[in-house]
Design a protein around this ligand. Structure first.
Ligand code: GLY
Ligand code: MN
Ligand code: MN
Length: 361
């Protein structure tokens, strides 16, 4: 399995028309996933200043060698705060207006701009690069496919080592270890292992509690492979489940399958969400579905679009999203089933290979 970074589309040219619209001469991003997307630079400190004809990548001396190797931008190595150096270049290029990411820039970086680039007209933009990122290139889809495959292999290997006497932390640690051994950079988020009543916490932290028998066991895990995230949830039966828990599982599975069936280009995210909720309503369980049906993923674990009640975004071929309805009854238990899928011309392809029939451990 290759873990090389994919060749990113570097869609810098597509940022420029938005600049014209915002009446700005340049664009600044300090959000690392956006910097990476537009430059290929993978370091942990960077900023990109984009004008109609120049792309300046700012970083610190730790990345003086790496940045020009990874990126085709003009690299500027700053000794002090990056934004101070950015401001210097804004003056040197005689820029009078700058579009910045209001949802991403830190208060401190904003302050640096205000202080060191006086008289610069600052134009707030929201989600410009994130909107481009929502539709993946072939190379990105291949990277996510690798990540999803590795994630499923890590689950399979971990479950082979499962013993009912394990604690939630033991199993989560095994999962993280298997991911790393298989070539992941690490987990995409803190691995969730939640047993029994704790499975009713949608984002439970693993604890020292021993995994209980005749109970549900919920595992939500994702890997980062070559920069790209995967995300999968499976609920398992440890021993025998009573009929109420089995019904909960069946309801969530039917909801998940119906939502998958609803996905195709042109359908809104809100519509997919509604389909998932409607099935749960049929079981009288919709009130226990307390989050949205899914989300985009890529360089970040949560990206656009949000597959929720209010997101009117129409699905487009090449979007990669999760489908993850869940039902959570406090003090009892919960079930969530989550796959990563890519929207295709005729529907969607489920990338996650892990089976969805209730698995008994
Ligand atoms: N584990 C994060 C999510 O499923 O969204
Ligand atoms: Mn998810
Ligand atoms: Mn998840």
């Amino acid at each position: 399995m290759t873990t090389n970074s994919p060749q990113l589309p570097l869609r810098r040219g597509e940022v420029i028309p938005a600049l014209h619209e915002a009446k700005a001469q340049a664009f600044l991003t300090t959000a690392l996933p956006n910097v990476r997307y537009l430059t290929n630079f993978t370091g942990s400190n960077g900023a990109l200043l984009l004008t109609e004809d120049r792309a300046l990548l700012f970083t610190d001396p730790r990345y003086a060698t790496q940045a020009p190797q990874e990126s085709d931008c003009e690299v500027k190595v700053a000794k002090g705060p990056l934004l101070k150096e950015v401001a210097k270049w804004i003056k040197r290029l005689q820029l009078k207006s700058l579009a910045f990411e209001q949802n991403r820039i830190s208060f401190e970086d904003y302050g640096q701009l205000k202080e060191h680039a006086k008289n610069l007209r600052l134009k707030p933009l929201n989600g410009l690069v994130e909107t481009l990122r929502a539709v993946k290139s072939e190379a990105e889809i291949a990277a996510i496919r690798n990540s999803v495959q590795l994630n499923s292999t890590a689950l399979e290997q971990s479950l082979r080592r499962f013993k009912p006497s394990m604690t939630e932390i033991d199993l989560a640690a095994e999962i993280d270890y298997r991911m790393r051994r298989l070539g992941a950079e690490g987990p995409a988020f803190e691995t969730i292992v939640a047993s029994g009543k704790r499975s009713a916490l949608p984002h439970a932290r693993p604890t020292e509690a021993r995994i209980q028998t005749d109970e549900l066991l919920l595992i939500d895990m994702g890997a980062i492979v070559a920069g790209y995230a995967s995300d999968m949830t499976r609920a398992h039966a440890v021993g025998k489940l009573d009929t109420k828990r089995q019904r909960m599982y069946r309801a969530v599975l039917e909801s998940q399958l119906a939502a998958l069936e609803a996905i195709k280009p042109g359908v809104t995210c809100a519509n997919v969400d509604r389909v998932a909720r409607d099935v749960l309503r049929g079981f009288g369980l919709d009130k226990l579905f307390v989050h949205s049906t899914g989300h985009g993923l890529g360089l970040e674990i949560h990206e656009r679009p949000r597959v929720g009640r209010k997101d009117k975004t129409k699905l487009v071929t090449g979007m990669v999203i999760t489908v993850e309805p869940g039902v959570y009854e406090e003090g009892f238990g919960g079930v969530r089933i989550e796959d990563t899928v890519v929207v295709t011309a005729s529907g969607c392809e489920v990338l996650t290979p892990t089976k969805k029939e209730l698995l008994t451990l």
